[in-house]
Design a binder for this molecule. Structure first.
Ligand code: FVH
Length: 286
């Protein structure tokens, strides 16, 4: 693949990982960070003393900053100099924040591609890393090889907010999974079992249970929740017992309580004989 000069703004843990992957792939990389001195582990990178120096370098501008506000803090003062440039923003933002940045970019003559990173820094450039993109299809097509330096690259359409919508949907699952793990660890912890021992059991269990997503999705997408097994009433008995066991062990219901509330609401509405997947109806956007 031909090398592409890239300017990278932001040298936090993720920015440095992205820079390292680009350098390893032979791309000339100019880096800038608000606080100087964060490029020591990036031999070969051109360290720009000021933002204007970084932006004077050719090629797409990659931003990997803390959040939406930090992108504006960085780019608003130089917006007038960005006309005609390409901005690929890998900073985590909400869908609406990504759309706002796309509109801001368009207003300043900047082509904009938004990205949601589905990886931790150690995964960048290795199998398993993926980045979700939306916004300018032309940027994605022109720079696909460059983007695949970081991991699998997937394009979701010209709505700049879509990549982060998928990103945040996946992160919701991740956070609730870790919260569920913490609840279980607290439960077995009440009997002196270590979290390490619990993790060894929880990992294959959660992996096996994840195979059930497709079945739940079929109920949700059809809107037909009639089921012969695993009804809400059946799961209510299990969840009520889980709540009693948690209380007995002194584990608060901070994580489990909202799940029970979702289930109870569906049963109270007369859907006890239908699939557990119906809890989705309590979450569906109105
Ligand atoms: N690290 C991870 O595991 C996750 C994985 C998924 C995606 N995220 C997102 O990536 C963005 C950057 O994350 P990061 O890990 O690099 O974050 P930090 O190490 O905290 O570095 C933050 C950088 O942002 C700069 N910065 C902060 N505020 C401003 C500002 N107002 N103006 C200019 N730059 C700013 C900060 O600079 P400095 O503090 O060193 O001066 C760092 O370069 C993020 O959206 C994650 O959600 C990573």
């Amino acid at each position: 693949m031909p090398s592409t000069p890239v300017t990278l703004l932001g040298l936090g843990a993720m920015g440095r990982a992205l820079a390292a992957a680009l350098l390893a792939d032979g791309h000339p990389v100019t880096v800038w960070n608000r606080t100087p001195g964060r490029a020591a582990d990036l031999p070969g990178a051109v360290v720009a003393p000021a933002l204007a120096d970084a932006l004077a370098a050719p090629g797409p501008i990659l931003a990997c900053l803390l959040d939406h506000a930090s992108v504006h803090d960085t780019l608003d003062p130089v917006a007038a100099d960005l006309s005609g440039r390409t901005l690929i923003n890998l900073t985590s933002t909400t869908p609406d924040e990504a759309r706002e940045l796309a509109a801001w970019a368009a207003a300043h003559g900047v082509a904009y591609l938004d990205g949601g990173i589905m990886a931790v820094p150690q995964m960048i450039g290795a199998p398993g890393a993926s980045i979700l993109y939306s916004g300018s299809a032309a940027i994605f097509d022109d720079h696909r090889g460059l983007l695949e330096t970081f991991g699998a690259a997937e394009y979701f359409g010209d709505d700049a907010g879509l990549a982060s919508l998928y990103d945040f949907a996946l992160l919701s699952g991740m956070y609730l999974m870790f919260a569920g793990f913490a609840h279980g660890a607290a439960l077995v912890g009440s009997a002196g079992v270590s979290a390490t021992e619990f993790a060894a059991r929880a990992t294959p269990w959660v992996r096996a249970m994840a195979a059930g997503f497709a079945g739940h999705a079929a109920f949700i997408d059809s809107g037909d929740y009639r089921a012969d097994t695993q009804s809400l009433a059946f799961n209510k008995a299990a969840l009520d017992a889980l709540v009693r066991a948690s209380r007995a062990a002194g584990v608060p219901l901070t994580v489990l309580g909202p799940v029970k509330a979702l289930l109870d609401a569906q049963v109270a509405d007369g859907h006890g004989g239908e699939s557990f997947a119906r809890i989705f109806e309590g979450l569906r956007a109105g």
